[in-house]
Write a protein that binds this ligand. Structure first.
Ligand SMILES: O=P(O)(O)OC[C@H]1O[C@](O)(COP(=O)(O)O)[C@@H](O)[C@@H]1O
Length: 340
């Protein structure tokens, strides 16, 4: 099969017409992300054999203990993009502030900025459960050639040029959209190339899977508790099945294939939820909508939220559109929870 399928490189070039970019800059940017993903994949696959497990002994700006693989993946993506002078700025979940990139001539003529969660699902690294990388790409809004500014990163998700993730699982896949549907590419480790294996992903309108950390149940808003009761009720297609890997990319990927909803709501222990709007929710919401799915904070469309901070968190409801709409119905009974 793989020999006839398009490689990711060929697909990117074939689809240049969709990128409204004539400079090849976008193509080179996607190719750089593809390269960094392969480098991280190589380390992830042999995590148990090399000194890449466990905590790095540092804490990131989110107040989380950085895992060695978080730091490694961040280094690989940052260096790959910086050394190729392919973007004018990067914001990473593992970096306190955004990074301005100036070329050898001291300026930077590139028009794209990248926002990245280098290693998603950190709690699963040491237990050999699939993890991922999430990326989001925007055109800068400040003048080309000048140093990037915070406003280049605080753009609403509906202005994303592209978004995607890599899932390091039973196989390694890179899944992305540039506004023309969502396509999935599987890495053939023997050849070291990604091949088009899942063209035009599509969330089923409905599903029977819900993904949420039910360990936080007592802390959830009433709307979420009511929706979970609905999911567990013995009626019609229900009860649904509970599946929670604890890696957003993996739960999203499964739900996109089988139909389902992923939720990380606010809770009394996380009043704004846990997931980061810029690195996790916006890119996954863009992918969801491009694949016939839906994504909201329980009340409003994620992609219409105007970001105010680099590391802001928002509640996240994402997946099969009829399931997200149903969850929103329950949330709407408690309008006070819209103000988190
Ligand atoms: O352990 P919890 O609280 O359920 O959180 C798990 C969620 O947090 C995440 O790991 C995000 O955090 P990281 O990017 O730091 O890994 C998601 O992938 C996952 O769905």
């Amino acid at each position: 099969m793989e020999n006839n399928n398009l490689t990711l490189g060929e697909f990117i070039i074939e689809n240049q017409k969709h990128y409204k970019s004539t400079s090849g800059e976008f193509t080179r940017l996607l190719s750089s992300i593809k390269l960094a993903a392969k480098v991280v994949n190589y380390k992830v696959n042999k995590a148990g054999l090399v000194d890449i497990m466990g905590a790095a002994g540092e804490t990131n700006i989110q107040g989380e203990d950085q895992q060695k693989l978080d730091v490694y993946a961040n280094d690989v993506f940052m260096k790959t993009l910086i050394n190729r002078e392919i973007v004018c700025g990067i914001a990473s979940e593992e970096e306190d502030d955004f990074v301005t990139i100036t070329g050898k001539e001291g300026t930077n003529e590139n028009k794209y900025v990248v926002l990245i969660d280098p290693l998603d699902g950190s709690s699963n690294i040491d237990v050999n459960v699939s993890v991922g990388t999430i990326f989001s790409i925007y055109k800068r809004v400040t003048p080309i050639g000048t140093p990037v500014q915070i406003e280049d990163f605080l753009q609403p998700g509906n202005l994303q040029v592209a978004a995607g993730y890599v899932v390091y699982g039973t196989s390694t896949m890179l899944v992305y959209t540039s506004g023309n549907g969502v396509d999935g590419f599987t890495l053939n480790p023997a050849i070291g190339s990604f091949y088009l294996s899942h063209p035009k992903f599509r969330f089923p309108d409905d599903g029977k899977i819900y993904s949420i950390n039910e360990g936080n149940y007592i802390h959830f808003p009433q709307g979420v508790k009511d929706y979970l009761k609905y999911c567990q009720e013995e009626k019609d297609e229900r009860p649904y099945t509970s599946r929670y890997i604890g890696s957003l990319v993996s739960d999203f990927h499964r739900n996109m294939i089988k139909g389902g909803i992923y939720m990380y709501p606010t809770s009394s222990i996380g009043p704004k939820g846990k997931l980061r709007l810029l690195y996790e929710c916006n890119p996954m919401a863009f992918l969801a909508e491009q694949a016939n799915g839906k994504a909201s904070d329980g009340f409003k469309r994620i992609l219409d939220i105007k970001p105010t901070e680099l590391h802001q968190r928002v509640p996240f409801f994402c997946g099969s559109k009829n399931m997200v709409a149903k969850a929103e119905e329950f949330m709407a009974n408690y309008p006070e929870d819209a103000d988190y």
